[in-house]
Design a protein around this ligand. Sequence first.
Ligand SMILES: *Cc1c(COP(=O)(O)O)cnc(C)c1O
Ligand SMILES: [Zn+2]
Length: 403
Amino acid sequence: MTSFATHLECSRCQEDFPVDQIQQVCKSDGGPLLVRYDLRRVRDSVTRDVLRDRPETLWRYRELLPMTGDKFVSLGEPITPLNGAERLGAEINIPRLRIKDEGLLATGTFKARGAAVGVTRAMELGVRVIALPTAGNAGAAWAAYGARAGIRVVVVMPDTTPDVIIRETSAYGADVYLVSGSIADAGAVVKRACAARGWYEASTLREPYRIEGKKTIGFELAEQLGWRLPDVIVYPTGGGVGLIGMWKAFDELRAIGWLDQKRPRFVAVQAEGCAPIVRAFVEGRNESEPWPDPRTFAAGIRVPKALGDFIVLKALRESGGIAIAVSEGEIAESMRAAGGTEGMLVCPEGGAAIAGTGKLRRDGWIREDEEVVVFNTGTGLKYAEFLQGDAARHLAANALPDE
Ligand SMILES: *Cc1c(COP(=O)(O)O)cnc(C)c1O
Ligand SMILES: [Zn+2]
């Protein structure tokens, strides 16, 4: 198998870089590099019908993925469910609410998509050591896929990362280091170590392939809806890779004629304690300022400054979308609501997305008749220490209380 990828393109200056060598960011301006494909050739080579006989995994979209071989680093990568959420939808007055539940992927979050494709490319390029900073879940995912590929993985994360995620990452055999501070401080450590030791730096958007894996959430969503898109897509935004990835995925699908021109409005949800993209959006800026003291128990969106913030802001504006912040209380309340009404144990980030959706409906920004897809980016089990156990009661004499 060969790839339809032709080159890497800087997202800032559009300079080209070869796709068959190890690349990190643009050598001129530090901009993230995006994989470009010969979309005309893809369009002429395949139709949507080819998918019919392919396995129900993200590898089914291989013409729009960057691997050159047919050996994938895989832990299964099932197509994740796009669940109707009528009871929760009734509660927040959005009858056509759906939740795409990424908690079923390996390592329990959608970070598995980026790691599957990212580690596969690292293997193809002959990488020996991968290092990355993480707010938690990316570290776990790259550690798992690295183990699967026999590649050493070094992970640096904040010491405030949820305990389960720290121990999970160690369980995959990675070298795990904790720093005080945020993912930005972890990032500085990794950058120095990679420069000194020649390691492959797999920080968000500092290698070009994680986003290619993450964009498959866009392919899946379009296919699950019968090759059309909803009115609104709500995404809990940290580094913004999932959102940029979907944006890219929809552009590519339109270019090869698999989707019509309709574009959904993108919503980026952040926590009030770490909302750099919301602030930049509200202030009409093209880039965010680093958030000074990021705090939220939704660890995956505790990102004070995203390398690709300018692309996220562009996608939000061009789609007619919006960025919105929610409180810790609103996140916890939405987690309880999703569990109690739909039987979904959503992660805090997913809870944030649901809370933001409810807010935008109350504001009238989302209309009652609109079709809304919310991303639950991971399972709540990874945040066991934050689950509310206070509803459980101890039995006095091992007998249930009278009704
Ligand atoms: C990383 C992460 C996010 C944020 O994803 P980005 O694509 O980097 O914005 C959201 N939720 C969870 C559970 C995460 O791990
Ligand atoms: Zn550049």
